[in-house]
Every structure is written in structure tokens, then in C-alpha cells.
Design a protein around this ligand. Structure first.
Ligand SMILES: Nc1ncnc2c1ncn2[C@@H]1O[C@H](COP(=O)(O)OP(=O)(O)OP(=O)(O)O)[C@@H](O)[C@H]1O
Ligand SMILES: [Mg+2]
Length: 251
């Protein structure tokens, strides 16, 4: 078990609980996706998982020990790159902050540039790249320290459909190759089922888990899987629980 939430609640001052009694565990090398309406606490959940925020009550354990320090990386919707630095230097940043020299980092960065398909643009600056390429840089930067847990908050939200699909497929490959656990938040139910081994659906006011769906490993996670009865039924089920939940909430 890599990460465990037990009855975790998080309340911000003067507000209704952003998260209430959230319990789940994340296994080593698991790919977990999270869906739910805006404001249901998805980003709050990822922040707690990263250790950037602490629960108001409940317990978060990592590798059986309290706390979440260690090898965690975060990717946000915006690539948040340093505009003045090259692709290579942007990816180097986490290692540089950890005191690893450019020369010592070079082999790892070059191999990652190959992995994410950016070897030809290593010397370019972010403004010279497409949105999809900037996201590739952001993901490579997150992976450079070999995190055991990669947290992704709507990473493909600002990309066009075609680029988004392609990056999703690539992400599955990198996840297998780099041997890490991934928690990915998305607004697209189909993306959640396509990428996740398990999908957590959340409801709002207070934010909590309303459904958990296991996705038995398909032969391939591609267009064929997306047209299978299981895929379509699962997307419908998610859509139904989330809609039923938000109807209840508005009464
Ligand atoms: N730092 C904070 N201070 C006060 N309230 C906060 C803070 N962070 C989140 N909240 C509140 O907690 C609730 C959950 O927010 P959160 O950002 O986790 O939702 P979300 O599911 O990520 O939404 P979205 O889909 O829009 O990104 C919201 O009501 C939000 O206003
Ligand atoms: Mg959010």
C-alpha cells in the first residue's frame, strides 16, 4: 500500500467541509482516476495526498507511516514552466533544487526527453512549443526525480481533443515504464475510465466519495476498449451517480 486515507476530513474556516470522511487506499503502481463536479474537493484531495495540506481530522498514512513526505510530484492544468529557460533546464529544475548538477542530471534528462518525445526541442524555450509539448515538458519535469506517486490535477484540461487523447495514451506508457502510482483528476468521465484501473466518483457539499469502480484490465486501452459495452456502461453509471447526487444536493 502506497497511500491510505482513513476518515479524512478537511474543513476551511467558515465553510462547510471541503472533504468529509474520505477513506481509500492507493496501491503501489496503481493508476487511480478521480471525477466529480466542480468544488467537490478533488484538488483538496490531491493536496492532502501530496502533503502540501493537512487534514482537519482523520489519518493519512504512506507506506504504513504517518505523513506523506517522500517522493511525490505534481502536475497542474497549466504547465507552469520557466519562460526564460530551455526545455532541458525546465526539466532539470527539481534535480537542481535537490543539489544535483546539470552534468550529473544530463543522462536522466536525455533519457526522459526521448521517453516524452522532446529530444529534438531540448534547447527551445516554452513559448516556442505547442500546448501539448509544454505539457510533455511539465510531465517530464515531474518524473525526473523518479517519484513513486504522480499527482495530476486536470493535466489535459486546456488541450484540444486530439492532443489530449494522444497524451493520455503516452501517459499510460510512461506510467508502466517509470513504475509509479498515478492519481489523476479529470472532468471527462470517458478519460477517467480509459486511463484508470480504478475510478473514484465524488459528490459535493460535503465533498466525499460516492462510488468506486474497478476497471478490469482491457486487452488495450484504446478506441476498441472505448466502444466496448463495459466502457459505455461504466461511463453511464458514473454519469448517473454524479447527476443523482447533484440533484439531491440542490433540494
Ligand atoms: N485554500 C482554501 N481556502 C478556503 N477554501 C478552500 C481552499 N481550497 C479549497 N477551498 C474550498 O474547498 C472546496 C473544494 O475545493 P477544490 O478546489 O478542492 O474543488 P475541486 O473539486 O478541485 O473543484 P474544481 O473541479 O473546480 O477544480 C470549495 O468549496 C473551495 O472553495
Ligand atoms: Mg480542482
Amino acid at each position: 500500500m502506497l497511500l491510505q486515507f482513513e476518515q479524512v476530513s478537511r474543513t476551511f474556516p467558515g465553510q462547510r467541509a471541503a472533504l468529509e470522511h474520505v477513506s481509500f487506499s492507493l496501491h503501489a503502481n496503481e493508476f487511480l482516476t478521480i471525477v466529480g463536479p466542480s468544488g467537490c474537493g478533488k484538488s483538496t484531495l490531491l493536496k492532502l495526498a501530496s502533503g502540501l495540506d493537512q487534514p482537519t481530522s482523520g489519518r493519512i498514512t504512506r507506506d504504513g507511516a504517518l505523513g506523506v513526505s517522500g517522493s511525490v510530484a505534481f502536475v497542474f492544468q497549466d504547465a507552469t514552466l520557466m519562460p526564460w529557460a530551455s526545455v532541458f533546464d525546465n526539466i532539470w529544475l527539481p534535480l537542481r533544487l535537490a543539489g544535483v548538477s546539470r552534468a550529473q542530471s544530463a543522462a536522466r534528462i536525455h533519457s526522459l526527453l526521448d521517453v516524452v518525445g522532446l529530444a529534438d526541442v531540448a534547447t527551445l524555450r516554452p513559448a516556442q512549443l505547442s500546448g501539448g509539448m509544454r505539457m510533455r515538458v511539465s510531465i517530464a519535469r515531474a518524473m525526473v526525480t523518479r517519484p513513486r506517486l504522480l499527482l495530476m490535477d486536470e493535466p489535459f484540461g486546456s488541450l484540444d481533443d486530439f492532443t489530449r487523447k494522444r497524451l493520455g495514451q503516452d501517459l499510460l506508457r510512461w506510467w508502466r515504464q517509470e513504475k509509479m502510482s498515478v492519481m489523476l483528476v479529470t472532468h471527462q468521465l470517458s478519460e477517467a475510465v480509459l486511463l484508470g484501473q480504478r475510478v473514484i466518483a465524488m459528490g459535493a457539499r460535503p465533498g466525499r466519495i460516492i462510488d468506486v469502480i474497478e476497471v478490469p484490465e482491457p486487452a488495450t486501452r484504446d478506441q476498441e476498449f472505448m466502444s466496448s459495452p463495459f466502457f459505455l456502461q461504466t461511463v453511464n453509471r458514473l454519469s448517473d451517480v454524479i447527476e443523482a447526487e447533484s440533484r439531491q444536493g440542490s433540494v
